[in-house]
Write a protein that binds this ligand. Sequence first.
Ligand SMILES: [Zn+2]
Length: 882
Amino acid sequence: MKLVVAFLASVALAVPAAAQVPADTVDPTVPTQLPRTAVPHHYAITVTPHAERLTFDGTVAIDLDVTKPTRELVLNAADLRLTSATLRPAKSGASVPARITLDAKAQTATLAFPRLIAAGVYRLDIRYSGKINTQANGLFALDYKNLEGKDARSLFTQFEAADARRFVPSWDEPDYKATFDLTARVPANTMAVGNMPAASSKPLPGGLKEVRFQTTPIMSSYLLFFADGDFDRITKPAGGREVGIVMSRGNGPKAQLALDSEAEILPYYNDYFGTPYPLPKLDNVAGPGQSQFFGAMENWGAIFTFERILLNDPAITSESERQAIFGVEAHEMAHQWFGDLVTMAWWGDIWLNEGFASWMANKATEHFHPDWGADIDHVAAREGAMGQDSFKSTHPIVQDVRTVEQANQAFDAITYSKGESVLSMLEGFAGPDVWRSGIQSYIRKHAYQNTKTEDLWNAMEGAGATGLGTIARDFTSQPGIPLIQAGPSQCAGGRTVVTVTQSQFSNDQRTEVAAHPRAWHVPVRASAGGPTSQVVTQGSTSQLQLQGCGPLLINAGQTGYYRTLYQPAQAQALEAAFGALGAVDQYGVMNDQLALSNAGYQPMGVGLDFLSAVPANGNSKLVQSALRHWSGLYDDLESDPAARAQIASRVIHLYGPRMQQLGFAPRAGEPAVDALLRSTLIGTLGKFKDPTVLAESKRLFTAWQANSNAVPGSLKQTWLGVIARNADEATWNAIHAKAQAATGSVERTSLYELLGSTTDEALARRALDLALTDEPGKTTSAGIITEVAGEHPRMAVDFVLAHLAQVNQLVDISGRSRFMQRLAGGSNDASLVATLEAYASANLAASDRKPIDQAVDRIRFESGKLPRVRSETAAWLAAHPA
Ligand SMILES: [Zn+2]
């Protein structure tokens, strides 16, 4: 959520004016916080940042239609000081000055006029000033050490969902699309970046210059972007446009991977969407630092991405981060169509942006990097979504959003991952060609406009996906997860016949949803040793007729968004045939069966049988997932050291050989998924105190203290993670000293966060105290607190509550209500429930409690299931010695 003077040479492609639809098509049924009395068409903004003082001055001239006679205009403004506002008719007539009233809570400015303003076309001129924030909201500053090791500061903007109003008084809602002219007065020796290429740059007195950017196409206010700093920019031609990466001076070599990826993806998307990317250039701007809530933002023509997932630094970038550079760019670039060119009319449909971009990024990854296991990542997204969707505090994909805070909270696993999963299921139902044809007609029809979810289904049905709308509406308008329960299989004449009953899966309302399940039309794909068949369930029972009498596999291919409860004999047969399943099915079945066991639908033993069926030489991503499950069980069995020891020795015995086979250091030319598995193996075996891993970590730590390059860069965070987790005071102090000496922003942040990851309580307390000092840096401190919460959630929550005002300065304004959820939500400490309830009552409006409700539901479930999980797991371990 970026132009440069060097950029003046860029291609000048005009945006097709004929395609721009006037914004007075604003839909009266779309929710709004603003009275529908005026519609803006064009903003001319001039901004003068004072980076040293963290303030800025601005002027804006807004061309608008007053749609009905009114004495006042209400628009959005937050943390701005408006010094004057005047309205004058576009054609002729006198300026009318307004009396300005600000409402901080509603984030609005009301401009009252001395007489009734007639409907018509006007220009509204406002002079104002505002704050430069130190977290990623509105116009914000990120500090770092430059190439010479000196303190430096760059400026960026982040406006989604509702923070353009911190930069410019505006109709800051997505359906008020308008064109934007941005002019910035900045130091003569910096590089200013906007959505569009610069139209002109001229020197000003006092060492300044004035950069004026070309007019944007018609777009939503949240997509506006500005950055200024001591930047370099590298570029490439791609897809008939210019793609570029902007980063702090000297970091160009680290940006090459991102630039190459961007240049690959753009022509691929031009082709897939059928409508070419419409702006003359597409930059991706790297910012030092981080947010606890987002990694990148799809500003049209100027994506913003934090350095960690944009710059490839051989000294620190891990393999998963290297893959994220491609994946995050693919996500933000998909938004250039889904979100920027075609925009949801209101935040309740934000999934249209996020679910789609997540799904599309996965598709691009599968296309360009078929060896990265993106097919399994789809199933991982399903599991991530179900992790939230299985609680009563979940919500439908299409949400009811009324407040700014609710809009901020809408960016969650349901929006992203359930959105992605349901789109995968629907593409499977429609077939990829019909699906793509539907996408292309949707983009063509709604370009430069706003849409609702229904518009997408209409486009799909129009393209030939008959019946898709019925399924799609069931999965997007109601929350929750269908449960498909298989009846006994009957084999006759070489065919398997099974009746399946549809119910609903829930972690915390098992009885209630069984009595009154929601109903979905579920496309169920299944096999029994032969080819896969599909039926769409109608009503509560359906019949599957499958060729073959082999093991029954429901949700074959794993694109279905539902859980499957088998008969015990069917589960046993499937487990016996586990090795013959494809990796995607192995991954999906194991996670599905463990979730059913964890929720109490079947004994823990069924899930554990599938978990232990994962072979040591299995698919790398499957083994990673198995290791995470063993690690979670290890945490659950905290009170049973004997059972814990059994898990540790079992995992070391089973997967130690895989570790040895992969080796402790990266190997040239190895599959990328093996590099990921190596990291997970080191982390898990280190947690289980595998002596060979601990010995290697000690050896590397000693070498690293003398020479920072002694640990391979792609494994630095992994090995240091093992060391920091098990650190004594001397080790902790040594990491702290390295953090103080580090100059690269990503490495520095990473080292400070490691200080919070220790299991030692006293050292964790020191990390918390350190987070409240100026030392780690403005965007690092919250990361330290988050790390502490991983091992010591109660300690982190109590600390934040004791220093709430200070901690609030360390997180994005838009994320404050979610930070506490982040800290506590992974815990199984039932005592946190009352603490969270009290925090919500004291600090959050009733309408904004959802993140806390979600954390509470999760903690209740996790703590409530512990006695059963512990006793059943211990019994299973005893009966199944490694
Ligand atoms: Zn996104």
